[in-house]
Design a protein around this ligand. Sequence first.
Ligand SMILES: [Zn+2]
Length: 126
Amino acid sequence: MIDHHPSSSADPKTVENDLRTLTRFIEVYCGDCHEAWKRRVVTLKSHDVAALMGREISLCPDCTKLLCHALVKRSNCPMDPKPQCKHCPNHCYHPTYRKKIQEVMMHSGRKLVMRGRFDYLLHLLF
Ligand SMILES: [Zn+2]
């Protein structure tokens, strides 16, 4: 399912965990910050999000685009081990999405930590 960089020895489970975390973060952010009527069930060409999460995810069109960008970038990350994105010499995100995903990380990170959801705490992202 995950199109992994062929020369990378990174554990596919780690990549999958990151993809799941990204999806969860964007879902929390969209749920808090965007209007419910805009949200639709997400289907991406690049990733089977429902299979990844074990359930369907609904996001607004903007967040769906962001999710698509984020999942593709993470899946194609050639750095192994992956550094924190802010320390990475190779900023692969489009500047618009980069700003957006940082906003998502701040918002959802704070919220999930306050709920004690440390399982979502990131070692690799931002
Ligand atoms: Zn949204």
